[in-house]
Design a protein around this ligand. Structure first.
Ligand code: SF4
Length: 380
């Protein structure tokens, strides 16, 4: 039996394609459906990653029947990754609150009264202590987040961050930063310090973006990603769902990410954690099915990326998280806080790894690199 070309598009939301089955000895034996997720997953597996996705293709994957989407996300995942490995990352807020930007979801914006206590840039001891604790708890990537619009004109703070990067890299961990917009030279300096990845999310679609942030543009975000990529640093960029956007915007976000000249190495998928005092405080919580659609579509369109089940995970049960891992997620943030919002309990995560048979993923460092930075850190 083999597949014949698709001949009719289904009328429903689920973008199934009707396909004729042929038997080896005769003619048409039956009709059944094959979803766009199935067709594109197979192409991805056979032909590898591509950057020329059309929005209609991404939509057709996203709209596939959910169980089929989940199944084919899982197939691509198993083809491109060790499906049992899940990377644990720790995200520390190294500078909290008082941010000049107006991101509607963010309790760290100085424009909203969320009762958040601000904190200047943490000193070296505090950061290294947190990194050591994270490493001991099994994290292989340490991310430092600072509530800044950008790092321009923050020479002293920026130099401190460079030092933290060197030290943490020397501990044998992957190091990531999210410090707002960067310029070209700063991206180069972070690379020299040994930064593994830089996080700068696009948040949502270009069309919906002005409803969420007005103080910097979508193009400025893309520009930062370009500087990061050009400096040779891995790109970490994803978005948030549950901001009041339409499904079209979720598809738009995935389309933008999957058509970048190189796919981000890391794609965080966040579910809004609605914080009292922010303009989005009354948003209805995201359902697990919405996360699964995002994760599986990201997995099929960007097969090699680490797809990170990020903010909002705290609301999902272990079986729900299991579905996310099956759909293609292969990284979580560990630790009691995700910047300023609550995160999953350490013991609950350990239990989850045990019950689901997950294995902590080792850091992706080459040995020379880790040695070099160890030396650099000890001589500084
Ligand atoms: S998301 Fe970042 S840039 Fe936006 S307000 Fe929060 S800290 Fe500032």
């Amino acid at each position: 039996m083999f597949w014949l070309r698709p001949i009719l598009r289904s009328h429903s939301r689920s973008s199934s394609l009707w396909v004729l089955h042929h038997s080896s000895n005769g003619y048409c034996s039956s009709f059944s459906t094959s979803s766009a997720a199935a067709i594109h997953a197979e192409k991805t597996i056979n032909q590898g990653p591509r950057n020329d996705w059309t929005k209609d293709e991404v939509k057709s994957i996203y709209d596939s029947p959910i169980l089929d989407l989940l199944f084919h996300g899982a197939q691509v995942h198993r083809h491109a990754h060790n499906f049992r490995e899940v990377q644990q990352c720790t995200l520390l807020s190294v500078k909290t609150g008082g941010c000049s930007e107006d991101c509607s979801y963010c309790p760290q914006s100085s424009r909203y009264d969320t009762g958040l206590k601000g904190q200047r840039l943490l000193n070296k001891d505090a950061v290294l202590q947190a990194a050591t604790k994270a490493k001991e708890a099994g994290s292989t990537r340490f991310c430092m987040g600072a509530a800044w619009r950008d790092t321009i004109g923050r020479k002293t703070n920026f130099n401190q961050i460079l030092e933290y990067v060197k030290e943490i890299k020397g501990m044998g961990m992957e190091v990531c930063c999210t410090l707002g917009m960067l310029d070209k030279d700063q991206a180069g300096e972070l690379k020299k310090a040994g930064l593994t990845a830089y996080n700068h999310n696009l948040d949502t679609s270009r069309e919906y973006y002005p409803n969420i942030i007005t103080t910097r543009t979508y193009d400025e975000r893309l520009q930062t990603l370009e500087f990061v990529r050009d400096a040779g640093i891995n790109v970490c960029s994803g978005g948030i769902i549950g901001l009041g956007e339409a499904e079209e915007d979720r598809i738009g976000l995935l389309h933008t990410l999957s058509t970048l000249p190189s796919h981000p190495e890391s794609v965080p998928i966040n579910a809004l954690v609605a914080v009292k005092g922010t303009p989005l405080e009354d948003q209805k919580p995201v359902e697990i099915w919405e996360m699964i659609r995002m994760i599986a579509t990201a997995r099929i369109t960007m097969p090699k990326a680490m797809v990170r089940l990020s903010a909002g995970r705290v609301r999902f049960s272990m079986p729900e998280q299991a579905l996310c891992f099956l759909a293609g997620a292969n990284s979580i943030f560990a630790g009691e806080k995700l910047l300023t919002t609550a995160n999953n309990d350490f013991d609950a995560d350990q239990l989850m790894f045990k019950v689901l048979g997950l294995l902590p993923k080792a850091p992706s460092l080459n040995e020379d690199e880790a040695e070099d930075f160890k030396e650099a850190a000890s001589s500084s």
